[in-house]
Write a protein that binds this ligand. Structure first.
Ligand code: NPW
Ligand code: ADP
Ligand code: K
Length: 504
């Protein structure tokens, strides 16, 4: 069945790695007559193409040498049969193609599809390009004629529908394929299709939703090719954002938790005033509905009042009761956070660690041991690193983290036994014994200073009332992104305004 890749509130959408997809394909092929899957795939592509471009005069289908190209040839046969004018450019060789692809080639030829050595000229916005160059079998960066066709498709006035995966994107990781490695940014001239639509076949692939996936895949559709839900375990999943539960009338502030935000190195210490970061986290917790929010600034008492935020209670570190609070530690913490971290790690009942708290832990073996010990005593801990902070914790670089974000999040879970939010486009939320979630809310308007502090405060507010730290983290990330998605388009999204837009 063809459907948009939008999770239902009652059922997450599973995402499968290429290895699992191959196993599912093999199992399906074993029980179906030959060529069935490719015919279903081609029909799904043709149907979606007709729906997306009902008035197309020309449909250009660029086909690669493997079965992704076979899907394109099958779609060409189907579209020609439905009355569209199809031009196929094919990079394959009939003698080396798979039996499925050869069968679809014969069907396309029999249907009267036009084959051309080069892309058609003069496509208009109502026409359509179909990228069937590479799918899950892509192993290296496109070069030569394939790279030329990718460039032509990206430059075309007609939108592109990618079959299974945009060519040049890794289905597993959402990074791009470059010679011998993977890249986490779209370098000028990098050979990757920028699709307006992607139709994922049989399974949904995680790379479509994280790293560069969201930029290159466009709107994602999924056709399971009428195969039953796979037994293979999903590598990650997408979840719908549930509505906030109503507040019981008979609740009081004690039900909604005490949040203690610890951070904000003062200007005096090193000439870097970062109290704003902690204030943002505290403001976020407040607007997200926390019962009481305490702000502990590491500025040696220089700041004594916050007149514009009378609801926030200023506290010295010694005056905080970490066992009875949900502690959010690290936002703007600078070097000053180092001195409080041993106690924070030792005594906080529920803890969100962000920014400089993570950087200090990365640089200090004793703090790492203290963090690991929290798991043994079952105390809830959420880490909220961006890719560079994640890299420091893992002893690697941000590029390597971005090259496989799910693997990096899992590695952090394995190392520290905590719930982890690996931030960035398509944030990954992972925890011990849980299928990671890739967040689908949020947008690049969040790429501005302080929005991570807002997430940390929001996460604290949810962790205060949701016993399962993984569920609290998923909820916080979804709500943070949704607040950005609903933010007025004509207004600059700043972190403070985002914090104030959060809802209890
Ligand atoms: N699996 C399923 O569930 C189903 C799969 N289906 C479809 O099959 C697709 C997978 O097909 P696939 O395995 O043939 O791989 P595909 O993506 O066509 O690429 C491999 C070919 O490309 C070549 N090649 C690689 N890199 C290259 C480069 N840079 N530049 C040039 N060539 C390059 C590579 O050559 P080689 O590396 O071996 O030299 C090989 O020939 C899948 O995405 C879906 O669309 C559906 O029909 C039904 C259900
Ligand atoms: N392009 C993007 N798409 C979606 N979310 C983004 C994007 N860029 C940033 N974000 C989100 O914005 C927040 C930024 O956090 P972070 O990098 O820690 O910033 P800061 O330290 O300035 O607060 C994270 O929640 C991240 O997931
Ligand atoms: K493709």
């Amino acid at each position: 069945m063809l459907r948009p890749a939008v999770p239902d509130p009652s059922r997450p959408l599973p995402l499968h790695a290429v290895s699992a997809t191959r196993a599912i394909e093999a199992a399906a092929a074993a029980i179906l007559p030959p060529h069935t899957l490719m015919q279903r795939a081609g029909l799904a592509v043709a149907r979606l193409a007709r729906a997306l471009a009902p008035h197309a005069r020309t449909i250009w289908i660029a086909c690669g040498p493997g079965n992704n190209g076979g899907d394109g040839l099958e779609a060409a046969a189907q579209l020609q049969g439905l009355g569209s004018s199809v031009v196929v450019t094919w990079l394959g060789d009939p003698d080396r193609a798979s039996p499925d692809t050869r069968a679809s080639l014969a069907r396309a030829q029999a249907a009267g599809v036009g084959f051309a050595p080069a892309p058609p000229d003069g496509l208009t916005p109502r026409d359509l390009c179909i990228d069937a160059l590479l799918g899950i079998g892509a192993r290296r960066a496109p070069q030569g004629r394939m790279a030329e066709w990718i460039a032509a498709m990206n430059a075309s006035a007609a939108p592109t529908l990618a079959v299974d995966v945009p060519t040049g994107l890794s289905a597993d990781t959402g990074s791009t394929l470059i010679s011998g490695a993977q890249s986490d940014h779209l370098a000028p001239g990098s050979s990757v299709i920028h699709a307006k639509f992607t139709l994922s076949l049989l399974t949904l692939k995680p790379g479509l939703f994280t790293a560069l996936g969201r930029d290159t895949a466009g709107t994602v559709w999924w056709d399971d090719l009428d195969m039953p839900p796979p037994a293979e375990s999903a590598v990650a999943e997408l979840r719908a954002t549930p509505p906030r539960p109503p507040r019981p009338q008979a609740s009081h502030k004690g039900h909604w938790g005490d949040i203690a935000v610890i951070g904000g190195e003062g200007l005096a210490r090193r000439g870097r005033g970062m109290t704003g970061a902690a204030q943002l986290a505290a403001t976020a917790a407040l607007h997200a509905g926390a019962g009481r929010v305490m702000l502990c600034l590491l500025d040696e008492g220089a700041l004594s009042a916050l007149p514009e935020q009378a609801e926030l209670m200023l506290r010295r570190f010694e005056a905080i009761d970490p066992q009875r609070s949900t502690v959010v530690c690290g936002c703007g913490g600078g070097e000053a956070v180092q001195t409080v971290l041993p106690e924070v790690l030792e005594h906080s009942a529920r803890l969100v660690l962000d920014a400089d708290a993570l950087n200090r832990i990365a640089a200090d073996a004793e703090l790492r041991t203290r963090l690991q010990r929290r798991q043994q005593s079952h105390r809830a801990t959420v880490l909220t690193p961006h890719p560079l902070e994640a890299a420091r914790l893992l002893g690697t670089d941000a590029h390597s983290v971005q090259a496989d974000r799910i693997a990096a999040a899992r590695a952090l879970v394995a190392a520290f036994g905590c719930t982890v939010i690996l931030k960035g486009s398509g944030s990954i939320i992972a925890a011990p014994d849980r299928t990671p979630v890739i967040n689908t809310t949020g947008n690049a308007r969040l790429a501005t200073g302080g929005t991570g502090d807002v997430l940390a405060g929001l996460c604290g507010a949810r962790l205060a009332v949701v016993p399962d730290p993984f569920e609290a983290a998923v909820t916080a990330v979804q709500e943070h992104g949704a607040a950005a998605d609903h933010f007025p388009p004509a207004q600059a999204l700043t972190a403070l305004r985002l914090a104030q837009a959060l809802q209890p």
